[in-house]
Design a protein around this ligand. Structure first.
Ligand code: SF4
Ligand code: SF4
Length: 435
Protein backbone atom coordinates (compact mmCIF):
# COMPACT_ATOMS: atom_id res chain seq x y z
CA UNK A 1 0.00 0.00 0.00
CA UNK A 2 1.29 3.45 -0.85
CA UNK A 3 2.22 5.73 1.99
CA UNK A 4 -0.12 8.29 0.49
CA UNK A 5 -3.15 6.04 0.20
CA UNK A 6 -4.43 7.36 3.52
CA UNK A 7 -4.90 10.94 2.31
CA UNK A 8 -8.49 11.88 3.07
CA UNK A 9 -9.13 8.26 4.07
CA UNK A 10 -8.69 8.29 7.83
CA UNK A 11 -11.58 7.00 9.89
CA UNK A 12 -12.11 9.09 13.00
CA UNK A 13 -14.50 8.62 15.90
CA UNK A 14 -17.79 10.26 14.95
CA UNK A 15 -19.62 10.24 18.31
CA UNK A 16 -22.80 10.54 16.24
CA UNK A 17 -24.70 8.19 18.55
CA UNK A 18 -24.91 10.99 21.12
CA UNK A 19 -27.65 12.73 19.12
CA UNK A 20 -28.65 10.78 16.01
CA UNK A 21 -31.61 9.01 17.62
CA UNK A 22 -32.54 11.63 20.21
CA UNK A 23 -35.82 13.49 19.91
CA UNK A 24 -35.52 16.97 18.41
CA UNK A 25 -36.03 19.86 20.84
CA UNK A 26 -37.91 22.74 19.24
CA UNK A 27 -37.27 26.35 20.21
CA UNK A 28 -39.55 27.66 17.50
CA UNK A 29 -42.58 27.94 19.73
CA UNK A 30 -43.58 27.50 23.36
CA UNK A 31 -41.95 28.77 26.54
CA UNK A 32 -38.42 28.12 25.34
CA UNK A 33 -38.75 30.16 22.13
CA UNK A 34 -36.11 32.91 22.00
CA UNK A 35 -37.31 36.33 23.08
CA UNK A 36 -34.88 37.94 20.63
CA UNK A 37 -33.00 36.97 17.48
CA UNK A 38 -29.78 38.57 16.24
CA UNK A 39 -28.53 39.42 12.75
CA UNK A 40 -24.89 40.51 12.24
CA UNK A 41 -24.12 43.73 10.42
CA UNK A 42 -21.04 42.15 8.85
CA UNK A 43 -20.66 39.19 6.49
CA UNK A 44 -18.10 36.46 7.41
CA UNK A 45 -15.52 38.24 5.23
CA UNK A 46 -15.94 41.45 7.23
CA UNK A 47 -17.88 43.31 4.51
CA UNK A 48 -20.84 45.34 5.80
CA UNK A 49 -24.46 44.22 5.62
CA UNK A 50 -26.85 47.10 5.06
CA UNK A 51 -30.09 46.96 7.05
CA UNK A 52 -33.29 48.66 5.86
CA UNK A 53 -35.00 48.47 9.25
CA UNK A 54 -34.67 50.70 12.29
CA UNK A 55 -35.66 50.54 15.93
CA UNK A 56 -39.42 50.27 16.32
CA UNK A 57 -40.09 48.79 12.85
CA UNK A 58 -42.44 45.82 12.77
CA UNK A 59 -41.37 42.74 10.80
CA UNK A 60 -42.81 39.34 9.91
CA UNK A 61 -41.22 35.99 9.16
CA UNK A 62 -39.76 36.52 5.70
CA UNK A 63 -39.59 40.34 5.78
CA UNK A 64 -36.51 41.48 3.87
CA UNK A 65 -34.47 43.37 6.46
CA UNK A 66 -31.03 43.72 4.90
CA UNK A 67 -28.62 43.08 2.08
CA UNK A 68 -24.96 42.06 1.93
CA UNK A 69 -22.76 44.69 0.31
CA UNK A 70 -20.34 42.34 -1.47
CA UNK A 71 -22.62 39.72 -3.04
CA UNK A 72 -26.34 40.11 -3.62
CA UNK A 73 -27.65 38.18 -0.59
CA UNK A 74 -30.91 39.47 0.93
CA UNK A 75 -31.37 38.87 4.67
CA UNK A 76 -34.88 37.87 5.82
CA UNK A 77 -36.33 37.95 9.33
CA UNK A 78 -36.83 34.59 11.00
CA UNK A 79 -39.54 35.75 13.44
CA UNK A 80 -42.35 38.27 13.59
CA UNK A 81 -42.03 41.14 16.04
CA UNK A 82 -40.26 44.46 16.42
CA UNK A 83 -36.75 45.72 15.77
CA UNK A 84 -35.57 46.76 19.23
CA UNK A 85 -31.91 47.58 19.17
CA UNK A 86 -28.49 47.42 17.67
CA UNK A 87 -26.37 45.41 20.10
CA UNK A 88 -22.74 44.34 20.19
CA UNK A 89 -22.51 40.54 20.30
CA UNK A 90 -19.64 38.15 19.64
CA UNK A 91 -19.47 36.93 16.03
CA UNK A 92 -17.51 33.67 15.55
CA UNK A 93 -17.21 34.41 11.84
CA UNK A 94 -15.61 37.82 12.31
CA UNK A 95 -13.79 36.81 15.52
CA UNK A 96 -14.91 39.71 17.74
CA UNK A 97 -17.99 41.49 19.04
CA UNK A 98 -19.76 43.43 16.30
CA UNK A 99 -23.10 45.28 16.11
CA UNK A 100 -26.14 43.08 15.48
CA UNK A 101 -29.67 44.09 14.57
CA UNK A 102 -31.94 42.65 17.27
CA UNK A 103 -35.56 41.64 16.66
CA UNK A 104 -37.91 41.00 19.56
CA UNK A 105 -39.86 37.81 18.86
CA UNK A 106 -43.62 38.25 19.45
CA UNK A 107 -44.07 34.47 19.23
CA UNK A 108 -46.81 34.77 16.61
CA UNK A 109 -44.68 33.93 13.57
CA UNK A 110 -46.89 36.01 11.24
CA UNK A 111 -45.66 35.48 7.73
CA UNK A 112 -44.73 37.97 5.03
CA UNK A 113 -46.15 37.59 1.54
CA UNK A 114 -44.10 34.76 -0.02
CA UNK A 115 -41.52 35.33 -2.73
CA UNK A 116 -42.49 34.40 -6.27
CA UNK A 117 -42.40 30.63 -6.64
CA UNK A 118 -40.95 28.76 -9.63
CA UNK A 119 -41.67 25.33 -11.07
CA UNK A 120 -39.52 22.90 -13.01
CA UNK A 121 -41.28 24.09 -16.17
CA UNK A 122 -39.77 27.56 -15.74
CA UNK A 123 -36.57 28.50 -17.59
CA UNK A 124 -33.14 27.88 -16.08
CA UNK A 125 -32.66 31.65 -15.88
CA UNK A 126 -35.86 32.16 -13.93
CA UNK A 127 -34.90 29.40 -11.49
CA UNK A 128 -31.44 30.93 -11.05
CA UNK A 129 -33.04 34.31 -10.31
CA UNK A 130 -35.28 32.69 -7.70
CA UNK A 131 -32.26 31.05 -6.01
CA UNK A 132 -30.57 34.46 -5.88
CA UNK A 133 -33.60 36.22 -4.42
CA UNK A 134 -34.05 33.50 -1.77
CA UNK A 135 -30.86 34.63 0.00
CA UNK A 136 -29.66 31.05 0.42
CA UNK A 137 -26.12 30.42 1.60
CA UNK A 138 -24.30 27.10 2.09
CA UNK A 139 -25.83 25.54 5.20
CA UNK A 140 -23.00 23.05 5.70
CA UNK A 141 -20.94 25.75 7.40
CA UNK A 142 -19.36 27.62 4.50
CA UNK A 143 -22.06 30.27 4.18
CA UNK A 144 -21.12 30.87 0.54
CA UNK A 145 -23.99 32.38 -1.50
CA UNK A 146 -25.63 29.45 -3.32
CA UNK A 147 -26.63 31.27 -6.51
CA UNK A 148 -23.02 32.05 -7.44
CA UNK A 149 -22.40 28.38 -8.26
CA UNK A 150 -25.35 28.46 -10.64
CA UNK A 151 -24.81 31.68 -12.57
CA UNK A 152 -24.88 29.85 -15.89
CA UNK A 153 -21.25 30.64 -16.74
CA UNK A 154 -19.86 27.07 -16.45
CA UNK A 155 -20.79 23.84 -18.14
CA UNK A 156 -22.07 21.52 -15.42
CA UNK A 157 -22.74 17.83 -16.08
CA UNK A 158 -23.34 16.56 -12.54
CA UNK A 159 -24.87 17.99 -9.42
CA UNK A 160 -23.23 16.47 -6.36
CA UNK A 161 -25.26 16.67 -3.16
CA UNK A 162 -22.95 16.46 -0.18
CA UNK A 163 -24.63 14.51 2.61
CA UNK A 164 -21.36 13.22 4.05
CA UNK A 165 -21.31 15.24 7.28
CA UNK A 166 -17.83 13.99 8.18
CA UNK A 167 -17.13 16.25 11.16
CA UNK A 168 -17.50 14.39 14.48
CA UNK A 169 -20.72 14.93 16.50
CA UNK A 170 -22.79 16.56 13.72
CA UNK A 171 -26.04 14.80 12.81
CA UNK A 172 -28.32 17.46 11.32
CA UNK A 173 -27.91 16.39 7.66
CA UNK A 174 -28.45 12.79 8.79
CA UNK A 175 -31.82 13.78 10.28
CA UNK A 176 -33.19 16.23 7.71
CA UNK A 177 -32.21 13.94 4.82
CA UNK A 178 -34.45 11.24 6.32
CA UNK A 179 -37.29 13.58 7.19
CA UNK A 180 -37.41 15.73 4.06
CA UNK A 181 -36.66 13.45 1.11
CA UNK A 182 -39.29 15.05 -1.16
CA UNK A 183 -37.75 18.50 -0.72
CA UNK A 184 -34.27 17.03 -1.18
CA UNK A 185 -35.24 15.49 -4.52
CA UNK A 186 -37.14 18.61 -5.58
CA UNK A 187 -34.08 20.71 -4.73
CA UNK A 188 -31.97 18.38 -6.91
CA UNK A 189 -34.39 18.80 -9.81
CA UNK A 190 -34.33 22.60 -9.49
CA UNK A 191 -30.53 22.68 -9.40
CA UNK A 192 -30.21 20.30 -12.35
CA UNK A 193 -32.51 22.58 -14.35
CA UNK A 194 -30.65 25.72 -13.21
CA UNK A 195 -27.22 24.32 -14.06
CA UNK A 196 -27.98 22.12 -17.06
CA UNK A 197 -26.66 19.06 -15.17
CA UNK A 198 -27.83 15.77 -16.64
CA UNK A 199 -27.73 13.90 -13.36
CA UNK A 200 -27.55 14.37 -9.61
CA UNK A 201 -25.61 12.21 -7.18
CA UNK A 202 -26.56 12.24 -3.51
CA UNK A 203 -23.46 11.21 -1.56
CA UNK A 204 -23.62 9.76 1.94
CA UNK A 205 -21.18 7.75 4.02
CA UNK A 206 -21.67 4.02 4.52
CA UNK A 207 -23.62 2.97 7.60
CA UNK A 208 -26.17 5.77 7.14
CA UNK A 209 -28.78 3.09 6.52
CA UNK A 210 -31.74 5.20 7.64
CA UNK A 211 -30.91 7.90 5.09
CA UNK A 212 -30.20 5.33 2.40
CA UNK A 213 -33.57 3.62 2.89
CA UNK A 214 -35.51 6.89 2.99
CA UNK A 215 -33.92 8.22 -0.20
CA UNK A 216 -33.99 4.94 -2.17
CA UNK A 217 -37.70 4.54 -1.39
CA UNK A 218 -38.42 7.67 -3.46
CA UNK A 219 -35.86 7.52 -6.24
CA UNK A 220 -38.03 5.57 -8.69
CA UNK A 221 -39.68 8.78 -9.92
CA UNK A 222 -36.32 10.49 -10.40
CA UNK A 223 -34.35 8.51 -13.01
CA UNK A 224 -31.57 11.09 -13.17
CA UNK A 225 -30.82 11.06 -9.44
CA UNK A 226 -28.81 8.32 -7.75
CA UNK A 227 -27.40 7.62 -4.31
CA UNK A 228 -23.70 6.89 -3.79
CA UNK A 229 -22.08 5.66 -0.59
CA UNK A 230 -18.50 6.55 0.32
CA UNK A 231 -16.07 5.29 2.92
CA UNK A 232 -16.52 6.53 6.47
CA UNK A 233 -13.40 8.67 6.41
CA UNK A 234 -12.29 12.21 7.19
CA UNK A 235 -12.41 14.70 5.47
CA UNK A 236 -14.63 12.94 2.91
CA UNK A 237 -17.04 15.88 3.05
CA UNK A 238 -14.48 18.30 1.63
CA UNK A 239 -15.60 18.67 -1.96
CA UNK A 240 -12.13 18.02 -3.40
CA UNK A 241 -11.85 14.68 -1.55
CA UNK A 242 -15.43 13.77 -2.41
CA UNK A 243 -14.91 14.47 -6.13
CA UNK A 244 -11.63 12.54 -6.02
CA UNK A 245 -13.43 9.54 -4.53
CA UNK A 246 -16.51 9.57 -6.72
CA UNK A 247 -15.19 10.80 -10.09
CA UNK A 248 -11.45 10.08 -9.73
CA UNK A 249 -10.78 13.61 -10.93
CA UNK A 250 -8.72 16.52 -9.62
CA UNK A 251 -9.30 20.22 -10.21
CA UNK A 252 -7.29 23.34 -9.54
CA UNK A 253 -9.69 25.90 -8.06
CA UNK A 254 -13.36 25.05 -8.53
CA UNK A 255 -15.35 21.82 -9.04
CA UNK A 256 -16.87 23.39 -12.17
CA UNK A 257 -13.48 22.72 -13.87
CA UNK A 258 -14.50 19.03 -13.86
CA UNK A 259 -18.12 19.95 -14.71
CA UNK A 260 -19.45 19.30 -11.20
CA UNK A 261 -21.43 21.61 -8.89
CA UNK A 262 -21.47 20.66 -5.20
CA UNK A 263 -24.03 21.65 -2.57
CA UNK A 264 -24.60 20.56 1.00
CA UNK A 265 -27.69 18.38 1.51
CA UNK A 266 -29.52 20.72 3.90
CA UNK A 267 -28.98 23.62 1.48
CA UNK A 268 -30.57 21.58 -1.33
CA UNK A 269 -33.51 20.69 0.92
CA UNK A 270 -34.10 24.33 1.88
CA UNK A 271 -33.75 25.34 -1.76
CA UNK A 272 -36.44 22.82 -2.74
CA UNK A 273 -38.74 24.22 -0.07
CA UNK A 274 -38.07 27.91 -0.71
CA UNK A 275 -38.41 27.83 -4.48
CA UNK A 276 -41.65 25.83 -4.37
CA UNK A 277 -43.33 27.76 -1.53
CA UNK A 278 -41.73 31.22 -1.68
CA UNK A 279 -41.00 30.96 2.05
CA UNK A 280 -37.47 31.96 2.99
CA UNK A 281 -35.28 30.04 5.44
CA UNK A 282 -36.42 30.97 8.95
CA UNK A 283 -35.43 27.92 10.97
CA UNK A 284 -32.63 25.42 11.04
CA UNK A 285 -31.61 22.30 12.94
CA UNK A 286 -28.50 22.55 15.11
CA UNK A 287 -26.56 19.72 16.78
CA UNK A 288 -25.52 20.57 20.33
CA UNK A 289 -23.15 17.81 21.35
CA UNK A 290 -19.82 16.86 22.89
CA UNK A 291 -18.58 15.54 26.23
CA UNK A 292 -19.10 18.97 27.82
CA UNK A 293 -22.88 19.18 27.42
CA UNK A 294 -25.27 17.46 29.83
CA UNK A 295 -27.93 16.27 27.32
CA UNK A 296 -26.69 16.34 23.72
CA UNK A 297 -29.57 16.91 21.29
CA UNK A 298 -30.54 18.36 17.96
CA UNK A 299 -32.40 21.64 18.42
CA UNK A 300 -34.69 23.36 15.92
CA UNK A 301 -34.29 27.14 16.19
CA UNK A 302 -35.32 30.37 14.52
CA UNK A 303 -32.22 31.63 12.66
CA UNK A 304 -30.43 34.20 14.84
CA UNK A 305 -31.15 32.51 18.20
CA UNK A 306 -28.28 32.92 20.67
CA UNK A 307 -26.20 29.79 21.31
CA UNK A 308 -26.58 29.96 25.11
CA UNK A 309 -30.34 29.33 24.70
CA UNK A 310 -29.57 26.04 22.90
CA UNK A 311 -27.03 25.07 25.54
CA UNK A 312 -29.60 25.77 28.27
CA UNK A 313 -32.27 23.47 26.79
CA UNK A 314 -29.64 20.75 26.48
CA UNK A 315 -29.16 20.78 30.24
CA UNK A 316 -26.21 23.18 30.36
CA UNK A 317 -22.57 22.24 30.60
CA UNK A 318 -20.84 19.69 32.80
CA UNK A 319 -18.60 20.79 35.65
CA UNK A 320 -15.10 22.00 34.93
CA UNK A 321 -13.48 24.09 32.23
CA UNK A 322 -15.31 23.99 28.90
CA UNK A 323 -14.49 24.79 25.29
CA UNK A 324 -17.31 26.08 23.07
CA UNK A 325 -16.83 25.42 19.39
CA UNK A 326 -19.20 27.10 16.92
CA UNK A 327 -19.08 24.22 14.43
CA UNK A 328 -17.37 20.82 14.42
CA UNK A 329 -14.22 20.13 16.44
CA UNK A 330 -11.97 19.42 13.45
CA UNK A 331 -12.43 22.59 11.40
CA UNK A 332 -13.69 25.17 13.87
CA UNK A 333 -11.88 27.01 16.59
CA UNK A 334 -12.91 27.05 20.24
CA UNK A 335 -14.09 30.41 21.53
CA UNK A 336 -14.19 31.69 25.07
CA UNK A 337 -17.84 32.80 24.84
CA UNK A 338 -20.98 30.67 25.05
CA UNK A 339 -23.15 33.42 23.54
CA UNK A 340 -23.19 34.03 19.80
CA UNK A 341 -25.99 34.09 17.22
CA UNK A 342 -26.68 30.89 15.27
CA UNK A 343 -26.80 31.94 11.62
CA UNK A 344 -28.28 30.09 8.65
CA UNK A 345 -24.98 28.35 7.90
CA UNK A 346 -24.28 27.21 11.49
CA UNK A 347 -25.40 23.63 12.08
CA UNK A 348 -23.64 22.79 15.32
CA UNK A 349 -22.22 23.81 18.65
CA UNK A 350 -19.62 21.39 19.98
CA UNK A 351 -19.08 21.61 23.72
CA UNK A 352 -15.97 19.85 24.98
CA UNK A 353 -14.30 19.45 28.34
CA UNK A 354 -11.11 21.42 28.30
CA UNK A 355 -8.08 19.19 28.32
CA UNK A 356 -4.61 20.57 28.54
CA UNK A 357 -2.41 18.88 25.94
CA UNK A 358 1.29 19.53 26.26
CA UNK A 359 2.99 19.35 22.91
CA UNK A 360 6.22 17.37 22.53
CA UNK A 361 8.91 18.01 19.97
CA UNK A 362 8.23 17.06 16.36
CA UNK A 363 9.30 13.47 15.74
CA UNK A 364 9.67 14.03 11.97
CA UNK A 365 7.38 11.02 11.62
CA UNK A 366 5.71 12.36 8.46
CA UNK A 367 2.21 11.34 9.58
CA UNK A 368 0.82 14.82 9.01
CA UNK A 369 2.10 14.79 5.43
CA UNK A 370 0.86 11.26 4.81
CA UNK A 371 -2.68 12.21 5.87
CA UNK A 372 -3.02 15.72 4.44
CA UNK A 373 -5.92 15.56 1.94
CA UNK A 374 -4.61 18.66 0.16
CA UNK A 375 -1.25 16.95 -0.59
CA UNK A 376 0.63 19.54 1.49
CA UNK A 377 3.56 19.17 3.88
CA UNK A 378 2.03 20.43 7.13
CA UNK A 379 5.22 20.14 9.15
CA UNK A 380 7.10 22.31 6.63
CA UNK A 381 4.25 24.81 6.65
CA UNK A 382 4.23 24.89 10.44
CA UNK A 383 7.94 25.59 10.57
CA UNK A 384 7.71 28.35 7.96
CA UNK A 385 4.71 29.85 9.80
CA UNK A 386 6.57 29.83 13.14
CA UNK A 387 9.38 31.80 11.48
CA UNK A 388 6.82 34.08 9.75
CA UNK A 389 8.65 33.12 6.57
CA UNK A 390 6.17 34.33 3.93
CA UNK A 391 8.18 33.04 0.95
CA UNK A 392 8.57 29.62 2.60
CA UNK A 393 4.85 29.42 3.32
CA UNK A 394 4.06 30.36 -0.27
CA UNK A 395 6.59 27.82 -1.57
CA UNK A 396 4.76 25.07 0.33
CA UNK A 397 1.41 26.42 -0.91
CA UNK A 398 -0.06 27.37 2.46
CA UNK A 399 -3.19 28.92 0.92
CA UNK A 400 -4.25 25.48 -0.35
CA UNK A 401 -4.70 24.32 3.25
CA UNK A 402 -8.41 23.76 3.91
CA UNK A 403 -7.96 23.89 7.69
CA UNK A 404 -9.42 20.40 8.05
CA UNK A 405 -7.56 19.76 11.31
CA UNK A 406 -6.23 16.36 10.26
CA UNK A 407 -2.56 17.24 10.82
CA UNK A 408 -3.26 18.21 14.44
CA UNK A 409 -5.50 15.18 14.99
CA UNK A 410 -2.93 12.73 13.66
CA UNK A 411 0.17 14.24 15.29
CA UNK A 412 1.65 11.86 17.94
CA UNK A 413 3.43 14.82 19.58
CA UNK A 414 0.09 16.62 20.08
CA UNK A 415 1.33 19.66 18.14
CA UNK A 416 -1.51 21.91 17.00
CA UNK A 417 -0.15 22.06 13.48
CA UNK A 418 -3.41 23.36 11.98
CA UNK A 419 -3.60 26.35 14.32
CA UNK A 420 -0.05 27.41 13.46
CA UNK A 421 -0.83 27.02 9.74
CA UNK A 422 -4.00 29.11 10.13
CA UNK A 423 -1.94 31.92 11.66
CA UNK A 424 0.57 31.55 8.82
CA UNK A 425 -2.20 31.83 6.25
CA UNK A 426 -3.35 35.08 7.83
CA UNK A 427 0.21 36.45 7.62
CA UNK A 428 0.50 35.47 3.94
CA UNK A 429 -2.90 36.98 3.10
CA UNK A 430 -1.93 40.25 4.81
CA UNK A 431 1.29 40.35 2.79
CA UNK A 432 -0.60 40.16 -0.50
CA UNK A 433 -1.52 43.34 -2.41
CA UNK A 434 -5.14 44.46 -1.89
CA UNK A 435 -7.39 43.88 -4.93
S1 SF4 B 1 -5.20 21.42 8.11
FE1 SF4 B 1 -4.27 21.95 6.12
S2 SF4 B 1 -2.18 21.20 6.22
FE2 SF4 B 1 -3.33 20.21 7.89
S3 SF4 B 1 -4.03 18.27 7.02
FE3 SF4 B 1 -5.70 19.75 6.67
S4 SF4 B 1 -5.29 20.63 4.65
FE4 SF4 B 1 -3.40 19.58 5.29
S1 SF4 C 1 2.78 14.47 12.66
FE1 SF4 C 1 3.56 15.81 14.27
S2 SF4 C 1 5.44 14.80 14.94
FE2 SF4 C 1 4.91 13.89 12.95
S3 SF4 C 1 6.03 15.16 11.43
FE3 SF4 C 1 4.00 16.05 11.65
S4 SF4 C 1 4.27 17.67 13.20
FE4 SF4 C 1 6.04 16.29 13.38
Amino acid sequence: MSLFSSKGQKHIDGHKELTKHEEIISLVSGNNAPKKVYFPTMAPNGKPITFDVKEGDKVKVGTKIGLRSDFYVPIYSSVSGKVVANENVFSPQVGRAIPHVVIENDGKYDEEKPLKTVTLKDSAEKIRDAIKEAGLVGMGGAGFPTYIKYNGSSEIETLLVNGIECEPYLTTDFIVMQQRVDELLLGCEYLMKASGAKEAIIAIKVHKDEVKEAVLAKLADHPNIRLVETKDAYPMGWERVLIRNIFHKEYKTLPSEVKVAVNNATTVIELGRTLSTGKTVATRLVTVSGNGIVNPHNVLIPVGTLSNELIKVCGGVVEGDINFIPGGPMCSKAVSFDTFPMLMQMGSITVLKYCQATADACLRCGKCTAHCPAYLQPVALKEAAEKRDVEGMKKYDILSCIECGMCSYICPSKIDVTETIKKGKAIVKLSMPKK
